[in-house]
Write a protein that binds this ligand. Structure first.
Ligand code: SIN
Length: 340
């Protein structure tokens, strides 16, 4: 935690900073004197994630009389999906809130269980994991890389988009679908007959526009706030998978704080996460209503038979994840979920 770095040429900063240099970065230490927490994320401010982090900022600054300030860098303006974790490790930023799908490539494939299609019937089911022992064990694992997981929060369920309806496997054949860097999601797209193309979120809108990819998946709030409707004319309400986040900091940052500040930040964050979970659905519903009202994209819903064909096609993805991670994870998930 230290003053905001010079107008960040983010990639230069990362390229120039060898991993070993982290130990020599200026470290002004605890928050007894004025200080700034630098928090980077990749989506728009008026999304569930943007609003949650903004609430965290407000609470921290109010409660400390601005002794601790939170500087939020949205829309990947500082770091994108590929480099924000590295920036956190290096001490170039202090907190991130990546989607759970982005933990696999950095050595935590267990987080990909949240990507399993049709695993959850509702956000209440997701909470059985995130607010229970499975969630705590996942956060604890981050300690292996000296990261500290502070909590989970929701965006919501993902929908498919392209310039055609995507309601059952036959509709996906031959399409290039942008995916997050999650093997589960890539396999899901292959199982549907599409080719997955892994791209950072910040490049997705442009890639859709230029035709590098044909379609993608996201909750409606992300779709709407990136103005994807200008380049994707069909949104299919498949609700096939979940998108949520974890707030992560670095132990070096956290352990350097006075106890009282850690408690204050922890409490403020947890209030912000509760707030975020209470508004996520509202944001997604509002974005969908805006799409309907503006007619900016055609909105489709699968029939029960289409949804069943979709589900049947993607279920083998569950068995594949079971082969890649300790089977105890999926056993614990099944036990936590209704009917498990
Ligand atoms: C996010 O909501 O953080 C981005 C999700 C994505 O990369 O699709």
């Amino acid at each position: 935690m230290h003053a905001t770095p010079p107008p960040l040429r983010r990639r230069q900063w990362l390229r120039g900073a060898a991993w070993g240099a982290a130990a020599t970065l200026p470290w002004t230490g605890h928050a007894a004197t004025g200080t700034t927490i630098r928090l980077s994320h990749v989506v728009a401010p008026d999304t569930p994630k943007g609003m949650t982090l903004e609430r965290f900022r407000t609470l921290v600054e109010e409660r400390t009389g601005q002794r601790i300030r939170v500087q939020i860098y949205p829309q990947g303006q500082l770091y994108g999906d590929q480099d924000e974790m590295q920036a956190l490790q290096l001490g170039a930023i202090d907190m991130v809130a990546p989607s759970l799908s982005k933990f696999g490539p950095i050595g935590f494939p267990e987080f990909e269980l949240f990507d399993l299609p049709f695993l959850f019937d509702s956000v209440a089911d997701v909470r059985r994991l995130t607010q229970g022992p499975v969630g705590q064990r996942l956060l604890d694992r981050l300690g292996r890389q000296r990261l500290l997981g502070l909590g989970f929060f929701d965006n919501g369920f993902k929908q498919m988009s392209a310039n055609r309806p995507l309601l059952e496997p036959a509709h996906f054949v031959g399409l290039r679908m942008r995916v997050q860097a999650s093997r589960v999601i890539a396999q899901q797209m292959r199982a549907l007959g599409a080719s997955p193309v892994t791209l950072p979120f910040s490049e997705t809108r442009r890639a859709l526009e230029s035709g590098v990819v044909d379609g993608t998946e996201n909750p409606v709030s992300n779709f709407w706030t990136q103005n994807m409707q200008a380049v994707q004319h069909d949104l299919s309400l498949t609700q096939h998978g979940y998108l949520g986040y974890a707030v992560v900091t670095h132990q070096r940052f956290w352990l350097n704080l006075p106890n009282a500040d850690r408690t204050l930040l922890h409490d403020a964050l947890h209030e912000a996460l509760v707030f975020g979970n209470s508004i996520a659905d509202v944001h997604n519903d509002r974005a969908l209503a805006a799409l309907h009202a503006t007619g900016a994209a055609r909105v489709h819903s699968p029939s029960a038979a289409q949804r069943q064909r979709f589900k049947t096609a993607v279920m083998p993805v569950h068995a594949d994840l079971a082969r890649r991670i300790d089977p105890a994870w999926l056993r614990a998930v099944r036990e936590a979920l209704p009917g498990g």
